[in-house]
Design a protein around this ligand. Structure first.
Ligand code: HEM
Length: 203
């Protein structure tokens, strides 16, 4: 599967209502100065947060911080340009693959996405009339659905492809192994949650 096919494979499972429309993209562009105003603080806060985490400090060398900030700044600038075309979606698929290469866990990526959305939504509601703020947040949430799907799914699919290629396993055989392994995990899971009865929790 090449990058473009991978993007198609991921996008076709996302309900159409969750794609930013032309009007949504225009709304992002109309608020460009708002996004620009908060750019510096967002980039700094993002990496201050990450570098505070001991686990992340091991992954992200201090001397690379400028480069990391540069990548995020570029991503932010392109994104607030509100041009969500095929090239943009392909780029998000590519980011997932870059993250695999740098061993950036999806949990770290998704956590920081959450941080970014909280940062922006707080400021959106502080600075814009509430209806406008809600409309802008709705667009950011649609963007979140599509971008995080592309980055996370391409990460997972790329890892799976790499396992297939290096082991020479066919997709059907790999699927069978995964299936068997899942059965084991489910059995373990059932043992763990045996003491956890829903009726008690709901009482
Ligand atoms: C909102 C969340 C994130 C976004 C939007 C994002 C976006 C990006 C982009 C656009 C690139 C460059 C891809 C290219 O070469 O075109 C990249 C690369 C990278 N990202 Fe992320 N990323 C996010 C979260 C993270 C997190 C949480 C980490 C680390 C814990 C991380 C670490 C890296 C590294 C090490 C690279 C490769 C080097 C580089 O290009 O800077 N990213 N990311």
């Amino acid at each position: 599967m090449n990058l473009d096919e991978l993007t198609t494979h991921i996008l076709e499972k996302i309900p159409q209502v969750m794609f930013p429309t032309v009007a949504d993209a225009q709304l992002i562009r109309a608020h460009r100065s708002f996004f620009e105003k908060h750019e510096a603080e967002l980039i700094k806060g993002f990496y201050d947060t990450l570098y505070q985490e001991p686990v992340m400090r091991m992954k992200l060398k201090l001397e690379e911080r400028k480069q990391r900030e540069h990548s995020l700044r570029q991503w932010y600038r392109v994104t607030i340009g509100g041009n969500f075309d095929r090239d943009y979606w392909n780029w998000q698929t590519f980011v997932g693959i870059v993250h695999v290469k740098h061993e950036i866990a999806n949990s770290a990526f998704l956590s920081m996405w959450g941080w970014m959305l909280t940062f922006l939504s707080e400021r959106i509601f502080q600075e814009l009339p509430s209806q406008e703020a809600q409309a802008l947040l709705n667009v950011l949430q649609k963007l979140q659905v599509v971008v995080t799907s592309l980055i996370v799914e391409s990460f997972i699919i790329t890892e799976r492809e790499a396992i297939k290629r290096s082991s020479g396993l066919k997709e059907t055989l790999l699927a069978r192994f995964v299936y068997l392994e899942i059965d084991q995990l489910l059995k373990q899971g059932v043992e763990i949650i045996q003491g956890y009865t829903l009726s008690e929790k709901l009482a």
